[in-house]
Design a protein around this ligand. Structure first.
Ligand code: NDP
Length: 293
């Protein structure tokens, strides 16, 4: 279907914070008819100038369109904002960050009020929204029918990755990736701390870190293969016994450089426990077994 003949769908967006505003701009720029609502109405002014219609209440905004997208601070604010809205027959897409259990409960809550529900986990920051090729995308989970019906509109601000009917799966995937990122940031912080007092240019280290972390990232595929095969020794090139031995060099270097090892030691302690359990010929996959309660 070509852009000139395709009638752009009408939609409503609740929440005009940094992220909501970026989504709104992308839909307006693509020619969608957009109704917006925000608790503090002044934040809607620039968008109204760009063509958005401002609703006086959240309930009025919901009534204006079949597709209702919510991008608020947290799950509690979603419940609060939609308390008086009639959701009968609506397609509700919740882009508000929350936990998987919150998303599942919100799906039941929406369905009980007559709506189809799709949860979203945004893997982007506002400047990536509406920018083709920025790499930003949104995990979606919940009603497949809703996703298919509104796929084109949902794909305007960012890429779309549907991860299953279970409404908690978007949040689960979102948080899994953010958790991995947190570990990476911890490692990068420790690396910069090591060179902090030396004559090493941070930008040079940054470039080396990016190359090294990119080269090491496919390690995740090895872990996936271990978990799927049940054989944690398959394809291991650096085994746990060797890595634990190497950890002592990391810790002694931290000490020499006057750097606290506190970002490294929790992971190292788990590696040692797995080694003590007799798994020196594995990689680090067994640490996952120790973590899962
Ligand atoms: P902001 O803090 O910029 O905006 C928060 C929004 O929530 C505002 O519209 C605010 O209204 C509204 N709000 C807060 N509490 C309530 C309430 N009780 N009732 C009604 N409205 C309320 O956040 P962002 O726009 O950045 O984030 C929105 C969502 O997107 C969050 O869940 C966030 O985790 C997620 N996200 C954000 C990213 C980012 O980089 N910004 C990245 C990925 C996800 P008001 O203007 O009146 O205060």
């Amino acid at each position: 279907m070509d852009d000139n003949t395709f009638e752009k769908s009408r939609l409503t967006l609740l929440g005009l914070g940094a992220m909501g505003t970026a989504f709104a701009r992308a839909w307006l720029a693509a020619g969608h008819s957009l109704t917006v609502w925000n608790r503090s109405p002044h934040r809607a002014e620039p968008l109204v100038a760009e063509g958005a219609k401002l609703a006086g209440t959240a309930a009025e905004a919901v009534a204006a369109s079949d597709l209702v997208v919510v991008c608020l601070l947290d799950d509690a604010s979603v419940g609060e904002a939609l308390a008086d809205a009639d959701l009968t027959g609506k397609d509700l897409v919740n882009l508000t960050t929350g936990t998987p259990a919150e998303a599942r409960a919100r799906a039941e809550w929406a369905q009980a009020r007559g709506a189809r529900f799709l949860d979203g986990g945004i893997m982007a920051v506002p400047p990536m929204i509406g920018v083709p090729g920025s790499g930003g995308y949104v995990f979606y989970s919940g009603s497949r029918d809703l996703f298919d019906a509104h796929r084109e509109a949902l794909a305007v601000p960012a890429g779309t990755t549907y991860v299953g009917e279970n409404p908690g799966f978007a949040a689960l995937h979102d948080v899994a990736l953010l958790s991995a990122m947190t570990g990476m940031f911890a490692g990068v912080s420790h690396a910069f701390a090591l060179i902090r007092k030396e004559n090493v240019a941070p930008k040079n280290l940054a470039s080396l870190l990016v190359g090294w972390l990119t080269a090491m990232a496919p390690y995740a595929y090895g872990i996936a293969d271990h978990l799927e095969s049940g054989d944690y020794t398959r394809g291991v090139t650096s085994n746990l016994a060797m890595m634990v031995e190497g950890n002592s060099t990391l810790l002694r270097t931290a000490e020499e450089q006057g750097v606290s090892p506190e970002l490294l030691t929790p992971f190292m302690a788990l590696m040692e426990r797995r080694l003590a359990d007799g798994h020196g010929d594995e990689g680090t996959t067994g640490v996952i077994d120790l973590l899962t309660r």
